[in-house]
Design a protein around this ligand. Structure first.
Ligand code: SAM
Length: 276
């Protein structure tokens, strides 16, 4: 490697071809158009190119482009694009792949969820993967779990030790597969409600909402009356599965309307503006 890896670009390069091959083999790629985020020096890109119809390889760091180009010299189905993935289009592909720069995993995941690409196979930090698949009542269950599982079936394909990268990161990694749900299968969760519940996730729904009156722009009395109409108000927020959060969102919308004569605003993207 003739260049100094940059921390700000999360540059820990995969050093183990068998892991790159495993990532590329996670889903059938025959005839598929694939986007790769952060192609680096191309270890994964070559395995994708050998299987897919076309690979669009995004890489932000111009220093890596010559080596990336060299890695895929034998393929004529790779388009190398020097671009910042955070400002690139993720829609219009059959699948998105990437050994992600871990410092921007969350915004990249949100972009993948918002895109119309039906599959994603991603290498992420192990703890991030565990939050994606976490079930209610576990320590890792968070808004990230709710957001991911409401929009996709998420599974961990395998764990990858830090020793498979160069330079070695201080954390282990995991390969995750997201199979996106159809729009009709995605529940309409009330973002302000979910944010408020998970800000106080070990409290009951009643207490979490009372402590978050400011999030809704209503007074404590109004919140108290609305909470009294909720069937799950005595449950701890972190115990609620996505389906229960959906029921709660519906009840909350009706309760707020009945007690304040105001409408809650369903804003599907609001959930992304707080740290996940
Ligand atoms: N895919 C390569 C591999 O498996 O060895 C590199 C993986 S490395 C963890 C992350 C890569 O993403 C680096 O090459 C880095 O330069 C690139 N990267 C970081 N931020 C990016 C961004 N905003 N847009 C596109 N690429 C980015």
């Amino acid at each position: 490697m003739q260049f100094r890896p940059l921390k700000r670009f999360g540059q820990c390069f995969l050093d183990d071809e068998s892991v790159a091959e495993q990532i590329a083999e996670t889903i059938e790629l025959d005839g598929k158009n694939v986007l790769e985020i952060g192609a680096g020096t191309g270890i994964l890109t070559a395995f994708l190119a050998a299987r897919a119809k076309k690979v669009t390889a995004l890489e932000v760091d111009a220093r890596l482009i010559p080596e990336l180009r060299q890695s895929v010299l034998e393929f004529d189905n790779v388009e190398i694009v020097r671009a910042d993935a955070l400002y690139s289009e993720f829609s219009g592909y059959d699948a998105v792949f990437g050994n992600l720069p871990y410092n921007i995993s969350t915004p990249l995941l949100l972009k993948i969820i918002e895109s119309n690409s039906p599959f994603a196979v991603l290498m992420v930090q192990k703890e991030f993967a565990q939050r994606l698949v976490a079930k209610p009542d576990s320590r890792e269950y968070s808004r990230l779990s709710v957001l991911a599982q409401n929009n996709a079936s998420v599974s961990i394909i395998s764990f990858v030790p830090a020793s498979c990268f160069s330079p070695s990161p201080r954390v282990d990694s995991a390969i995750v597969l997201l199979e996106k749900k159809r729009a009709s299968q995605v529940n309409k969760l009330d973002a302000a409600l979910i944010n408020s519940l998970f800000q106080h996730k070990n409290q009951t729904v009643r207490n979490a909402l009372m402590h978050s009156a400011g999030n809704f722009g209503f007074g404590k009395e109004e919140i108290k009356k609305a909470v009294a109409k909720l069937s799950l108000s005595e449950r701890r927020a972190c115990s609620l599965a996505v389906e229960e959060l959906t029921l709660l969102s519906d009840e909350w919308k009706r309760a707020i309307k009945a007690t304040t004569k105001k409408k809650t605003v369903f804003n599907p993207t609001l959930i992304r503006y707080l740290p996940l």
